[in-house]
Design a protein around this ligand. Structure first.
Ligand code: CUA
Length: 179
């Protein structure tokens, strides 16, 4: 809705600017001293229209950009700057170590994910085996994954990156409990 209004206003302003431009351009080849006042008026109104367009676009940009996901994410991140729960996850051929092995639903969880050997894929699956979040487990890196579980249950960590013979066996379970 808001986008439609902004679009309509932009189109009208662009059309107005184009009209003024054409009007000035049309008159330019035959411009003599007599056209001076007309041209001055045209330039004046063009300046006003340009200033108006700039103001409208700046306001519209500011307003609409604030709805973009990454800004909302940054706000959410700031709001949860101190996560209620931290889980340390270490991958190793071919197992996961999670400490602690349970979290509370409804509160943000911050997973710190790393690996002791090679790269692994750290993917969290809900009880229906739908993936809910994932990151990489990389030796020497502390990858942070934030997620807030809404539903209690038994969740699984499955490795999503081929890491050797028993890659498919690289699983772990953890509980999300109601608070
Ligand atoms: Cu670890 Cu695949």
């Amino acid at each position: 809705m808001e986008q439609d209004v902004v679009w309509a206003v932009s189109v009208v302003l662009m059309a107005a600017l184009a009209a003024v431009f054409l009007w000035v351009a049309w008159g330019a080849p035959t411009a003599t001293a007599d056209y001076g006042p007309i041209r001055a008026a045209a330039y004046r109104s063009r300046r006003w229209l340009t200033a108006l367009a700039v103001v409208v676009l700046v306001v519209a940009n500011f307003d609409t950009l604030s709805e973009l996901p990454y800004i909302a994410m940054a706000r959410a991140r700031a709001a949860t700057a101190t996560p209620a729960q931290t889980v340390h996850a270490v991958g190793e051929q071919w197992d996961w170590t999670l400490q602690p092995d349970h979290v509370v639903a409804g509160h943000p969880v911050e997973f710190h994910v790393t690996s002791k050997d090679v790269n692994h894929g750290f993917a969290i699956y809900d009880p229906e085996l739908r993936i809910v979040a994932q990151t990489q487990a990389m030796p020497g890196y502390d990858n942070v994954l934030r997620y807030t579980f809404t539903e209690p249950g038994t969740y699984q960590i499955l490795c999503l990156e081929y890491c050797g013979l028993a890659h498919h066996e690289m699983k772990a379970t953890f509980k999300v409990v109601a608070h």
